[in-house]
Design a protein around this ligand. Structure first.
Ligand code: 13P
Length: 286
């Protein structure tokens, strides 16, 4: 079963309490590498693209890469647009074939967010796609979107009401998590995840995965974080692997791009398989 709806992936993960890695890719090599990791581990995978990545590669080229690299793939995968505050970009991606989107109206008042997300859910449903929603901005800047200001957290009642009335398929709460590199181990409100999942039955998306401890992942996944987002970790690993290889190229005065790509790909696959193993989704393909 190749490309499947987000909900198919997350409902199973929530029921069995494992996490599915949702990894932000940013070029052909990282896309191919994370897909290879999912195949190697026989695991479901959510591939995420930021608005910045969509813009830098171009909608058609990026979707063309996705189509050709997932043709014949035998693990469940889906293509998700991460944090997107722009309705036009959501419409473009849904129209092109993305089967999941995060409409990020978290800087808007909850009522306005709700009004718009209901429209986004209807738009997504019309093409068989699913929607992630959020009402509290996740601290930190992710590919140009967001802010380092700590967002105000809404009450459980407001969050539950938003989830129920919006019809979203996955909810991204603020629990003390942040995008980017944590300066100190974050203090996370894990109980909030349990409360939300218990009240709604809707899976939670854990943002800011890079830098969390194994214990935090295990605990949060057991509480219902079925989608676990990783972005910064891949960017850092990718850049460092390139740097290290290029330093060697310079020292040896040997310049062979395919060797660079092969080397960096190994790092990408290792990083993705590491998260898949940690989140418990290895062997969970169907
Ligand atoms: P990190 O960059 O901290 O891994 O967070 C990823 C994320 O939540 C993407 O939305």
């Amino acid at each position: 079963m190749p490309v499947v709806p987000l909900k198919d992936i997350l409902d199973r993960a929530l029921a069995e309490r494992y996490g599915v890695a949702a990894i932000n890719i940013f070029n052909d090599l990282t896309l191919e590498g994370v897909l290879a990791a999912a195949v190697e581990r026989n695991s479901p995978l959510i591939v995420q693209t930021s608005v910045k990545t969509v813009r830098s590669i171009g909608l058609d080229v990026l979707y063309g890469m996705w189509e050709s690299m997932t043709a014949g793939i035998e693990v469940p995968v889906c293509l998700h647009l991460d944090h997107c505050p722009e309705r036009e970009v959501i419409t473009e991606c849904l129209g092109r074939g993305w089967n999941s989107v995060l409409f990020d109206a978290s800087r808007q008042p909850v009522e306005e967010n709700l009004r718009q997300v209901i429209e986004v859910v209807a738009e997504a449903r019309a093409v068989g796609a699913h929607v992630e929603g959020e009402i509290e901005a996740i601290t930190g800047v992710e590919d140009g979107i967001g802010s380092d200001d700590v967002a105000q957290r809404q009450s459980l009642e407001v969050a539950v009401d938003f989830i129920e009335r919006s019809g979203i398929d996955v909810f991204a709460p603020s629990i003390g998590n942040a995008h980017g590199v944590y300066v100190a181990e974050p203090t996370l409100d894990a109980q909030r995840v349990s409360d939300l999942v218990e009240a709604t039955g809707v899976p939670v998306a854990l943002h800011g995965g890079t830098g969390m401890t194994d214990e935090q992942f295990t605990d949060l996944i057991a509480r219902g974080c079925a989608k676990v987002n990783i972005s910064t970790g891949l960017k850092v690993a990718f850049m460092k692997a390139n740097l290290e290889f290029l330093r060697g190229s310079e020292a040896a005065n040997k310049w062979d791009p395919p060797s660079l790509f092969r080397d960096v790909r190994t790092t990408v696959v290792q990083l993705a398989t590491g998260y898949i193993d940690k989140f418990g989704s290895a062997g969970k393909a169907w």
